[in-house]
Design a protein around this ligand. Structure first.
Ligand SMILES: Cc1cc2nc3c(=O)[nH]c(=O)nc-3n(C[C@H](O)[C@H](O)[C@H](O)COP(=O)(O)O)c2cc1C
Ligand SMILES: CC(C)CC(=O)C(=O)O
Length: 360
């Protein structure tokens, strides 16, 4: 505990987690070039600070889709938090709830939606979905989320199948028995637990269960079956952002899945400006990928994002200390963001705009 920067959380988690779990969490697809590109794109961006602005009161709060948020930083959907800590998503939700941080729960969460909602204590929750061949299971989950007080759905579209991820193939990564996607019927999750030497069970499971045949035209089917707003996650082009809005999406998540899907995909911070130019102002633009410091949040807000999501570091915090570890991580990022706003002359998140950014 008491890490001064995010590297301390990463090191603590590495020391606690088994090699195959660490490889699954940290890894990317292929040569991991999209994973590296996310960080490189953010590092390339530099801030143009302005001075002699009154920053004696700095407030990083914001709101997205009518939800008041303590900071413009939320938690990205990640499967199986119990891989990192026995309490899993309930611990994450406790920390998110205590600080008013948005938590996006994965369809492959390892704790029930209802237990997660109870732990979040009224703080905002979104539910992420993949489009399964078994459509009834998707709709049932959306209904349960609405009943449990979740306020939006996030459909991930960048994974017609899980990509080849060499670290997982090498380790034969298999979701351990005892940690499961407990919100889905066991008939749909069994193969994620079946081990084969030299192959990823998650990749095989996705080939069996994900529907690679869906198109934009199918979105209407889902929207007709839920009253919750639907965001589309995995958008990397202005064209797809326009299509998402044209098909009734309430928001887009600019993401290359943390470098875990198309290995040669554009970095999310590089894709962001064209997407903001296309649909910004018409719907919230959320972004994730490589956010590792509060100043990274300032940078993507300057490019026009409304909200940044953080992925892997949340699992590092969870592995380090359960709810307390996640709370400490969120507090570090909030403090870093507030300092970056003070030092660059932006007392409010609404003050942050493109004039604050330059590409190196
Ligand atoms: C271990 C792990 C599991 C993930 N599971 C999901 C998931 O279930 N659904 C999803 O849409 N994205 C999933 N993602 C992708 C994240 O939502 C997010 O796009 C990415 O991790 C953000 O990048 P970052 O980890 O660099 O912050 C997962 C990522 C990781 C690292
Ligand atoms: C279970 C997987 C489909 C979760 C995921 O999206 C990922 O590992 O990137």
């Amino acid at each position: 505990m008491g890490s001064l920067d995010i590297a301390g959380f990463e090191a603590a988690a590495r020391a606690r987690l088994a090699d195959d779990v660490w490889g699954y969490i940290q890894g990317g697809s292929g040569s991991e070039s999209a994973l590296r590109a996310n960080r490189e794109a953010l590092e390339r961006l530099r801030v143009r600070p302005r001075f002699l602005v009154d920053v004696s009161a700095c407030d990083p709060s914001t709101s997205v889709l009518g939800l008041p948020l303590a900071t413009p930083l939320g938690i990205a959907p990640m499967a199986y938090h119990r891989l990192a800590h026995p309490e899993g998503e309930v611990a994450t939700a406790e920390a998110a709830g205590a600080s008013g941080t948005l938590l996006t729960v994965s369809m492959f969460a390892s704790r029930t939606l209802e237990d997660i909602a109870a732990a979040a204590a009224g703080s905002p929750l979104w539910l992420q979905l993949y489009w399964l061949r078994e459509r009834a299971a998707v709709v049932e989950l959306a209904d349960r989320a609405a009943a449990a007080g979740f306020s939006a759905l996030v459909l991930t579209v960048d994974a017609p199948k899980v990509a080849r991820r060499p670290r997982d193939s090498r380790s034969g990564f298999t979701v351990p028995e005892g940690i499961g996607a407990v919100n889905l019927p066991s008939s749909l999750t069994a193969s994620a637990h079946r081990h084969s030497e030299g192959a990823s069970s998650i990749e095989r499971h996705s080939r069996e269960q994900f529907d690679p045949g869906i198109t934009w035209a199918d979105l209407a089917w889902l929207r007709e079956r839920t009253s919750l707003p639907l965001l589309i996650k995995g958008i990397l082009t202005a064209e797809d952002a326009e299509l998402a809005v044209a098909h009734g999406a309430s928001g887009v998540v600019v993401s290359n899945h943390g470098g875990r899907q198309l290995d040669c995909a554009v970095a999310s911070a590089d894709a962001l400006p064209e997407i903001v130019d296309a649909v910004g102002g018409r719907c919230p633009v959320v972004v994730d990928g490589g956010i590792r410091h509060g100043s990274d949040v300032l940078k993507v807000l300057a490019l026009g994002a409304d909200l940044a999501l953080i992925g892997r570091p949340v699992l590092w915090g969870l592995a380090q200390g359960g709810a307390a570890g996640v709370a400490e991580l969120l507090e570090l990022l909030r403090a870093e963001l507030t300092e970056a706003m003070v030092l660059s002359g932006c007392p409010l998140t609404s003050d942050i705009n493109r004039s604050f950014i330059t590409a190196g």
